[in-house]
Design a binder for this molecule. Structure first.
Ligand code: ZN
Length: 159
């Protein structure tokens, strides 16, 4: 079947900033499993998958606005160091922080004695990305998966 809204897709990916070395890849790891049309992945990649089928390989350029959004200025926040639970912090490092809005990836800007300045922009915000994708399999989502908005079983949630 071809990928459409509510398809469950398992795929391998490699992502790079346009014209640069790969940032991240699922090579040698478990593939990713997503349900199309539920915001599981960035909009530009979801769009590019539509109509593709198991076994397809393709590459796609996704501009920042269709990926993790543009970088926004003034997104720096000062956070008490105790929130980092003793991690060894260095400027430029990316860490996951528990915030009032749930977990989010932040970039360390400056480390003080008791406080840390972090940039709340997504680490990939403002970046035009290039993806290489290999579709492994495509199936219809179950009623339960549709209700939850995520994939169950292999590559998905187990609960
Ligand atoms: Zn679930």
């Amino acid at each position: 079947m071809n990928i459409e809204k509510n398809s469950v897709v398992r795929f391998h990916y490699t992502v790079s900033e346009a014209g640069q070395e790969p940032i991240e890849s699922s090579d040698g790891r478990e593939p990713l499993a997503i349900m199309v049309g539920h915001g599981n992945i960035i909009p530009g990649l979801e769009q590019a998958m539509e109509g593709k089928a198991a076994g397809d390989r393709f590459e796609v350029d996704v501009p920042a606005a269709q990926a993790y959004g543009e970088r926004r200025e003034g997104m720096t926040q000062r956070v008490p160091k105790k929130h980092f639970e003793g991690q060894l912090l260095q400027p430029g490092m990316q860490v996951v922080l528990n915030t009032n809005f749930g977990q989010r990836a932040v970039t360390i800007q400056k480390v003080g004695m008791t406080v840390v300045d972090v940039d709340l922009n997504h680490p990939m915000a403002g970046k035009d990305l290039h993806f290489a994708i290999e579709i492994l399999d495509v199936r219809e989502a179950s009623a339960e998966e549709l209700e939850h908005g995520h994939v169950h079983g292999e590559g998905g949630h187990h609960h």
